[in-house]
Design a protein around this ligand. Structure first.
Ligand SMILES: Cc1ncc(COP(=O)(O)O)c(C=O)c1O
Length: 314
C-alpha cells in the first residue's frame, strides 16, 4: 500500500462518526451542539486534552487531568468537575460509543473545557458556567508503514508562540499557531511540521514533541524552549530509563536535527513515530533507527502492562 493510499484510508477511518457528551448530554455527532455565544467558539477561550485507551482504560488519565487543570488555571478558567466526575463522563461516553470492551475497540477521547456562554466581552465574569464537551471515536493508530518506514517532516517557517504571548504550556483550544504551521507541512506532503521558537531553537511539532538521537542518547528540547510538556514525551524518559537508553533535555538547533543519527516524534495518538526525512534531507541512514525502535517496543509493552491490571470499562 502506498503512503498516500494509507493516509486516505486513515482519514476514512478517522472520519467515522463520534459520540459526543455536551455538558452531560450524550448524542451522536450530528446532534451535538454548542451555543455560538460560547467563548470557546467566539474567542478560542478553552483548554483540551486528548487521551486514548489501552485495554479499554484511558491511558495516564491522572497526568492528563493534572495538565488539563494547569492549562485551565493559566486562563483563569475553572474545571467544573472533579477527576472522578470526568472519569465517569468518559466511561459513559465510551460505553455509548460501543468502545473500550475489546482489543480492536480502543477509544480516542477528547475533552474540551471552555469559558462557557456569555455576552460579547472578554470579561470572564460574563460566563458563569464553563462548558465541558467529551468527544469519543474509535482510536485509529497510524498505518503500520508509518512505524516501519518512518515519515518525512517539514521544518516550518511559522514560529512557535512566544511564551509571553499564548504560552505553549497551555493546551489551548486556540490552535491557530499549530494549524498555520501544519498547513506548511501539508503543502510539502509531510506527516508533521517542526517549529522553532522565537530564539531560533527547535521547539516541537504542531501536534507532537520530537527527539533526536545522537551517539545513542535521545535528546529533546527543554520545556523552557516553549513547548507543550507532552505526556508521551515524559513517558519516554521513564521508558528510556527502563530500557537502558539515556534520554535527556538539550537545546537543539537546525544543525543538530540534520546531523542526527535518528529522529522521532511522540504523542498520545501516535506513540513514537520515526522521522527519516526533514525537508529534502535524509536523517541518519534514512530508515528507522535502533534506539527509536527499542523505545517504541518498550513504550508499547509498558503502556499495555500499565493498563492491564485495572478492570476494563464496563
Ligand atoms: C503542540 C503539541 N505538542 C505536543 C503534543 C504531544 O502531547 P501528548 O504526548 O501529551 O499527546 C501535542 C498533542 O496534542 C501537541 O498538540
Amino acid at each position: 500500500m502506498s503512503f498516500v493510499t494509507s493516509q486516505i484510508l486513515l482519514y476514512a477511518q478517522r472520519s467515522m462518526p463520534a459520540i459526543v457528551n455536551v455538558n452531560g448530554r450524550i448524542s451522536d455527532q450530528a446532534h451535538a451542539a454548542i451555543s455560538v455565544f460560547d467563548h470557546g467558539f467566539l474567542y478560542g477561550e478553552g483548554v483540551y486534552e486528548t487521551l486514548r485507551t489501552y485495554n479499554g482504560q484511558p491511558f495516564l488519565f491522572d497526568r492528563h487531568m493534572r495538565r488539563l487543570r494547569t492549562s485551565a488555571g493559566m486562563l483563569a478558567l475553572s474545571v467544573p468537575l472533579t477527576d472522578g466526575e470526568i472519569d465517569a463522563r468518559f466511561r459513559d461516553t465510551v460505553r455509548a460509543a460501543g468502545l473500550g470492551d475489546g482489543p480492536d475497540r480502543e477509544a480516542y477521547i477528547r475533552i474540551l473545557v471552555t469559558r462557557g456562554i456569555g455576552e460579547l466581552t472578554y470579561d470572564p465574569a460574563a460566563c458563569p458556567t464553563p462548558s465541558v464537551v467529551v468527544i469519543v471515536k474509535p482510536n485509529v493508530d497510524p498505518a503500520p508503514e508509518v512505524f516501519e518506514r518512518g515519515v518525512k517532516v517539514t521544518l516550518v517557517s511559522t514560529v512557535r508562540n512566544h511564551p509571553g504571548s499564548v504560552n505553549p504550556l497551555i493546551k489551548s483550544n486556540n490552535l491557530i499557531n499549530n494549524a498555520l504551521a501544519m498547513q506548511e507541512a501539508f503543502r510539502q506532503g509531510s506527516f508533521e511540521g517542526i517549529m522553532r521558537n522565537y530564539r531560533g531553537e527547535l521547539a516541537e511539532c504542531t501536534q507532537s514533541n520530537f527527539f533526536i538521537v545522537r551517539d545513542g542518547v535521545a535528546l529533546t528540547p527543554p520545556i523552557d524552549a516553549g513547548l507543550l510538556p507532552g505526556i508521551t514525551r515524559a513517558f519516554v524518559f521513564e521508558v528510556g530509563a527502563e530500557a537502558d537508553i539515556d534520554v535527556r533535555e538539550a537545546v537543539l538547533k537546525d544543525a543538530d536535527l540534520f546531523g542526527a543519527d535518528e529522529c522521532f516524534l511522540t504523542s498520545t495518538t501516535r506513540e513514537i513515530v520515526p522521522i527519516v526525512q526533514v525537508d529534502d534531507r535524509k536523517i541518519g541512514s534514512g530508515v528507522p533507527g535502533r534506539v527509536t525502535q527499542t523505545l517504541l517496543n518498550a513504550f508499547r509493552a509498558k503502556a499495555r502492562a500499565l493498563s492491564i491490571h485495572q478492570p476494563a470499562i464496563s
